[in-house]
Every structure is written in C-alpha cells, then in structure tokens.
Design a protein around this ligand. Structure first.
Ligand code: ADP
Ligand code: MG
Length: 407
C-alpha cells in the first residue's frame, strides 16, 4: 500500500477503487479478496472458505466448479451477504459491500430450490424484489412483464408456483432475480432439480438470456462440468474450501494447471511417467514400455530436467485399443465395459504399471472382460501436468480415485 492511501487495499488483486481513480480498467463487477468463512466454533468449526480470491469482470460469466462441500455455495452466500466472512472483503462494482445487508447489495440470486413464495402468483413472486426496493407501481408492472418475457413465462403470470413444472419454476426464479436489473447475477446449481433433457434446453436458454444482458456479471455455481463448459467465460475450480485454478475453460482443459483440475474437468487418466527430454512445448516421455511424445506447457518447469518423474494427463476419449503386440502398446486386461450409446467406457488394467486406464471408445465395443489387449495413445499422447501435492499423490500412485474421472 502506498503511503497515505486511504483505501483498504486487497493484496492479491488490484483495488477496484484504485483502478477507477487511475482511470484505468473499469472496476471488476465482483471481487473476493482473501475471503474466509468458518461455520461454528471451537472443535466443531468448519472452514468452508479459505483465502478465497477471485475477480469477475463486467459482463463476464464465471463458473465456480467443484465437488460437493468444496465451498461453492459459501462463496456465493458471502457475496450475497447471507453469511459473514470471518476475514477478507467482498466488493461489487468498486464498492466494498462486506458490511452491507443483502438487500442493499442489489444482486440477483437464484438458489437450487428456487425458493418461490408458494402462496404468491408468479407475477407477485417476480415483483417481490421491486416492491422491497419501493419501486413506483407502474415501473413494477413494466419490469415484471419484461423479466417474465425474458424467460418466456409471460403467459404464466397468474399461476401459483405449484401449478408449474420444475423447469418453469426455475425460470420464474430467474425472472425474479432479473427484475431488479442487477449488475450481478448469482446462480447456485440452478439446474440440479431438472432432468437431463430439460437441463440441456435450459442451458441454451440461459446462454441466450446472457447475450441479451451483456453487461451483467454472472457467477454460476455448479458441480457439473458440462454446465461450466457450456456457460462460463472462465472456470474457477474449487476444492476443500480453496480455489485451485481459474482460467478459461479451454486453457484448463488443454493444459490443466493441476492434477485435480485435469481429473475434475473432463476426466483424465493420470499416469506417472519419466520425462526424457523437453524441447519447446513438447516432451518425450516413457510410460512403462511405451515411449510417447506429449505436450509440455511452459510452466511445467519440474519436468525440464532430463529423466525426471512427471505426471501425464491422457483423456479417455483419445485412448484406443489394439493388439497387445502392437508397437508402443501397453499390454492390458479388460476389467469392465459400460455401453453409453455413442461410446463404450472400457476400463483396462495395465499390468506393468499396476494402474487402470479408462478408454471411451466410439460405438459399442465387442470385447469381453478378461480380454488381453494393447492400450494405444495418440500422438501427442496427452499433456504433462504438475505433480500433485500430498493427498492426491496417493490416489494417483495407487491408480484409484483420479483415474477415469467424470467425463
Ligand atoms: P458446496 O456448495 O461446494 O457443496 P458449501 O459451501 O455448501 O459447499 O459447504 C462447504 C462446507 O461448509 C461443507 O463442509 C459444509 O458441510 C459446510 N457448511 C455449509 N453450510 C454450513 C452451515 N450452515 N453450518 C455448518 N457447516 C456448513
Ligand atoms: Mg452448494
């Protein structure tokens, strides 16, 4: 902090107010600055969010992606004002709102259960926030109609929530959040209660809605990577109350910055390898008896010493099987097959590595459990990821938790 600067300054992020006063980039719509949230006290305390730092630009959609219990909802609640951070600050549009009540933050929030008022008609549900803000009556009517039209629910204004399907209720909840014309929209697993087909069409509708409101920042909480990939400009991956990685979906997918992200986003075979040689963005590695050319992103410095251990991420859909005697094939035994329509997920025990590899093969595969085959990788075979730290190492080494992932 510079001398005499009166602003409390976030350390890892530029102060929004400071950026504004310099006349540089506009303030981010959302800033989390080292936010910590702990539930309960003493021995029963749960750290739900630790040192959480993230910024979302005006007009940007960021997905908070992570397993159940990783702190996603807590982050959203800290921003909305439903829980009080024990440490750190939250900012909206350059304003520190940490001490403001939820209603004064002017955020649109959609929660998983929709939380519609059961005794109120759709139009009154949608108008609720406007009435709370004491908007003039004519404006309430106009904005309610506008918000219902945005989610294609104008024809249902006179119904009660129980007279609507789950998908329709969800759209009303979104209309209610949008009616106050928020600069920031928070969605917490809004599709969790919808069936797969409805979810697909809601994803398309949410994207269209997003395009009609280009200046709104959206924070979208989900444990479902397909939702994150479909909607987000950037994905923030969370684990155990912490932010693990944040980047565009494409970067996280192509060059996973961590073993955890590799496995959680897209599913991954994570194989220990020896890195023989690195040049430019490529490396030559050995995995068992196979020598493979792989991608080596710049930041992967540890892999740059010759013959150092490395960790290789290979996506299941790139793995092929052939004859065990084929050149550069890893000899393996089929341990399971699950037909999924367009593809078959095959699990293969690679004898010499002592791990299982997952392959998603096109169509229906005519192999049986116990078949001995050769596992083949493409060229380049995958991408080096930074070796995991602590707990993850065991999972990778034993070939358990991370293999196959959740593609
Ligand atoms: P997510 O949304 O990623 O599933 P949450 O933010 O809901 O995760 O929860 C993070 C952690 O905090 C979990 O361990 C959860 O059990 C705990 N937790 C959440 N809400 C409360 C609460 N009101 N009281 C105590 N613990 C809570
Ligand atoms: Mg949650």
């Amino acid at each position: 902090m510079s001398d005499g600067d009166p602003q409390p300054r976030p350390s890892l992020v530029d102060t929004p107010a400071a950026a504004l006063s310099r006349g540089t980039a506009p303030a981010p719509a959302i800033v989390f600055d080292r936010v910590g949230v702990t539930y309960g006290r003493g021995r029963h305390a749960t750290v739900a969010l630790a040192e959480f730092t993230l910024r979302v630009a005006v007009g940007e959609t960021v997905a908070l992606l992570g397993p159940s219990g990783s702190g996603k909802s807590t982050a959203l609640k800290a921003l909305a004002g439903f829980v009080r951070p024990r440490s750190g600050r939250v900012w909206l549009a350059g304003r520190d709102v940490t001490d403001l009540s939820p209603a004064k933050r002017g955020i649109g929030v959609v929660v998983q259960s929709y939380a519609l008022f059961p005794h109120m008609k759709v139009r009154d549900n949608v108008a609720f926030g406007l009435k709370a803000h004491r908007a003039p009556r004519t404006e309430i009517a106009a904005r309610t109609a506008e918000a219902l039209a945005m989610v294609d629910m104008a024809a249902y204004a006179g119904r009660l929530p129980r007279e609507l399907s789950g998908g329709q209720q969800q759209r009303v909840a979104i209309a209610r959040a949008l009616a106050i014309r928020p600069e920031v929209l928070l969605l917490d697993e809004p599709m969790a209660a919808l069936d797969a087909q409805l979810r697909q069409s809601m994803l398309v509708q949410l994207r269209e809605l997003r395009n009609t409101l280009p200046d709104m920042a959206v924070l979208y909480v989900t444990h479902d990577q397909t939702e994150a990939l479909a909607l987000a400009d950037r994905i923030a991956v969370m684990r155990d109350a912490r932010l693990v990685d944040v980047d565009t979906a494409q970067n996280l997918w192509q060059h996973p910055p961590s073993a955890f992200t590799a496995g959680f986003l897209g599913g991954a075979n994570l194989l220990s390898c020896t890195v023989n040689r690195v040049s430019g963005g490529a490396a030559l590695v050995t995995v068992g008896a196979a020598t493979l050319r792989v991608e080596a992103p710049d930041r992967d410095h540890r892999a740059r010493e010759a013959n150092s251990p490395g960790l290789l991420c290979i996506r299941p859909h790139t793995v092929r099987i052939g004859a065990a005697a084929e050149r550069n094939a890893l000899r393996a035994t089929v341990t399971s097959l699950v037909w999924r329509g367009a593809s078959t997920r095959v699990r293969l025990a690679v004898d010499e590595l002592g791990v299982e590899v997952t392959a998603d093969l096109p169509g229906q595969v005519t192999r049986t459990v116990g078949d001995v085959v050769g596992v083949l990788f493409p060229d380049p075979a995958g991408v080096l990821v930074p070796p995991p730290i602590s707990a993850e190492t065991d999972a990778v080494a034993s070939g358990s938790a991370k293999l196959g992932g959740r593609a």
